[in-house]
Design a protein around this ligand. Structure first.
Ligand code: ADP
Ligand code: MG
Length: 622
């Protein structure tokens, strides 16, 4: 709720709408208390008094009635009717929509065809027909306006319900033995409620207009009772001679409908979960950079990170996801980054090409150099030319990275044509070549497949082919095999291994599995809470881990045929990166912890091509 109000307040127009509307509502609520003349008392001696006359701030109408009083009482009535109509239409429409969408099949068919029939009539004609049948009067106008809007709600809500009714959590509720009513009330309704509110907030204004329309035609409120529509209707005859009688209710309708619509749009934006989860806070094209200085280049390699710091600024909390990471890779080398989930591996990888979403991500220090050029300070167009061309990514879930509606061949061709001007047929040949290089059998026909027609392993091969499309120098693979089963994982790993040998690719391979590191990586960096705690050649680290964390991570890998032993899970959880302890972040979980571990920074100490951030390492070079 607080988030909702905050999002709403950020939208200036919606805020203005809310203020104006609350002003109007407050005014009409206070109307009975205000010292106004009675709205319906006629005084033919004072006909068509101009506005701003003594005693009649807004003048009088053709029967000498005070316009201000009639306006406030009329607005009160119009708002009440409009809101009630919206509420009634939403309740009935939503109920119909939920029932149709939830039960589906014949129920759905029957209900929705009825709704379709109602929708086939022009709006106002239907309302007129209903009022004609019920007889004129404000109550009947309300019923008519509500009735013509029911189909709109029913259609909308049915669509949403159909999508929800087949979700797993509804199936789970059914399996747990809940009845239909309970499922609808506890599982479906909370999910469609925001949509109902959104639909209502965007239609209230419209309904007020429709009610006014009916009253204008003399079918709504009956004389002498005033509502905005009937005031307009009565003023019609004097439109030229006494324009203020029409302008006063007209302006009020304009103000009300405008403010409701502005507010309604704001409510929709703030409530819509799709808009809320990012679209409103439009991420920038490249991660925000806010660093004081560019660190010196200390390592060489085709890609090197120096003291990279990436943070998330959420409200007044700062998450130090990457906290001074230095790495480098040379061509043909595979560097592993390993660590528990949440240790900052993905954020490190995404920071390289400025892919961390901003807001909330900010790169606060450090440099990322590709062939000596600093990517962090680079202008966006230049950075974009490198993305996917010289440095490419492979992500964990190829299902999510591939577009579901395009054939994989076309998507691969697009990846190439994005960076190189080549003809369609050249691109096609290149696509086949790529598919062949990632060992996809039958590339001709596979290029015409859609992503959902392929298996997980096959899709990940396409993901790799896409990364290779422009012959990059560096590939950053973020847990590319985590979603795959072990046999497919082994194939993918050997494929990547061959590719880097054949093409001299530099690979940064992110994983949480030491088994994978052992198979593929020449060197490995162990991350914990946003920092590198140990780094060195893989065989040496596997044989003699120096950091207690590394040792325990390795102990977590089960060995086949290694006899019975207890798998050593690491007790406790990694610290939250918005509240890091002073000193070693691993200390609270470490068995060798001393008081000195929790005092002050601990440096990453290099020793013989390795480096470790620990005061009491498990192993020292002899
Ligand atoms: P992993 O090592 O599993 O890939 P990540 O790099 O994805 O971990 O995340 C590192 C840390 O960054 C996490 O602990 C998380 O708390 C923080 N983080 C990631 N994204 C956000 C975000 N949008 N807002 C706040 N914190 C985030
Ligand atoms: Mg990750």
């Amino acid at each position: 709720m607080r988030l909702f109000l905050k999002l709403l307040a950020r939208n200036r127009l919606a805020l203005a709408g809310a203020i104006v509307l609350s002003g109007v509502i407050l005014l009409v609520l206070l109307t009975p208390l205000l010292p106004l003349s009675a709205p319906n008392v006629t005084n033919t001696a004072d006909r068509f008094v101009r506005p701003f006359s003594p005693g009649h701030l807004l003048g009088t109408d053709h029967l000498g009635r005070d316009l201000l009083s009639r306006l406030l009482w009329g607005t009160r009535l119009s708002l009440a009717v409009g809101f009630s109509a919206a509420l009634i239409a939403a309740t009935i429409g939503a109920a119909i929509g939920i029932v149709a969408g939830y039960f589906g099949g014949r129920t759905d068919n029957l209900i929705m065809r009825g709704v379709d029939m109602l929708m086939a009539f022009p709006y106002i004609l239907l309302a007129l027909a209903i009022v004609a049948a019920l007889g004129p009067g404000l109550m009947n106008a309300l019923i008519a306006v509500a009735a013509v809007n029911v189909p709109f709600f029913a259609r909308n809500i049915r669509g949403i319900t159909v999508g929800i009714a087949h979700k797993e959590f509804v199936d789970a509720a059914k399996l747990s033995g809940m009845g239909h009513t309970r499922i609808i009330l506890s599982e479906i309704l909370p999910n469609v409620l925001p949509v109902i509110v959104i639909a209502m907030s965007t239609t209230v204004g419209w309904m007020i207009l429709e009610t006014a329309g009916l009253s204008f035609l003399g079918l709504g409120s009956q004389p002498p009772q005033a509502d905005l529509g009937s005031m307009l209707g009565e003023a019609r005859a004097a439109l030229i001679s006494a324009p203020h009688t029409s302008v006063v209710p007209g302006v009020m309708i304009l103000i009300i409908v405008m403010s409701i619509n502005l507010l309604g749009d704001g409510v929709r934006d703030a409530l819509d979960p799709r808009l809320r989860s990012g679209a409103l806070s439009r991420p920038m094209a490249a991660t925000l950079v806010d660093r004081a200085e560019v660190p010196e280049k200390r390592t060489d390699g085709i890609l090197s990170l120096d003291d990279l710091e990436t943070q998330f600024h959420v409200g007044d909390r700062i998450f130090r996801a990457v906290n001074g990471v230095s790495l480098s890779v040379v061509p043909g080398e595979c560097l592993g980054i390993i660590g528990e989930s949440g240790s900052g591996k993905s954020v490190t990888a995404l920071s390289v090409m400025g892919l961390v979403a901003s807001p909330p991500g900010v790169i606060t220090a450090g440099a990322v150099r590709y062939k000596g050029r600093d990517l962090i300070g680079m202008r966006y167009p230049a950075l974009r030319r490198l993305r996917g061309d010289r440095i490419a990514y492979i992500f964990q879930d190829p299902q999510a990275t591939l577009h579901p509606l395009y054939r994989v061949g076309d998507q691969l061709a697009e990846a190439i044509r994005c960076h190189h001007r080549i003809s369609k047929s050249e691109a096609h040949d290149r696509v086949l070549e790529l598919l062949k290089s990632v060992r996809i059998p039958n590339p001709e026909s596979r290029a015409r497949s859609f992503p959902h027609e392929m298996s997980g392993g096959m899709r990940q091969r396409v993901g790799i082919a896409m990364a290779l499309a422009n012959d990059p120098d560096v590939i950053i693979a973020d847990e590319p095999t985590t979603a795959l089963d072990v046999t497919v994982q082994a194939q993918i790993l050997s494929l990547l291994d061959d590719l880097r040998r054949d093409r001299g690719l530099a690979i940064i391979f992110i994983t949480h599995d030491f088994g994978v590191v052992a198979q593929l990586c020449d060197r490995v960096a162990v991350m914990y809470a946003g920092r590198i705690v140990e780094q060195g050649p893989t065989p040496e680290i596997l044989a003699n881990p120096a950091h207690p964390y590394t040792k325990r991570l390795i102990a977590c890998v089960p060995e086949l045929g290694g006899g019975r032993r207890e798998l050593a899970a690491i007790p406790g959880l990694p610290p939250s990166v918005d509240d890091l302890p002073p000193g070693c972040a691993f200390a609270p979980r470490c068995r060798k912890k001393q008081t000195s571990c929790e005092r002050g920074e601990i440096a990453l100490k290099p020793q013989n091509g390795r480096a470790v951030r620990c005061l009491y390492p498990e192993w020292r070079p002899s």
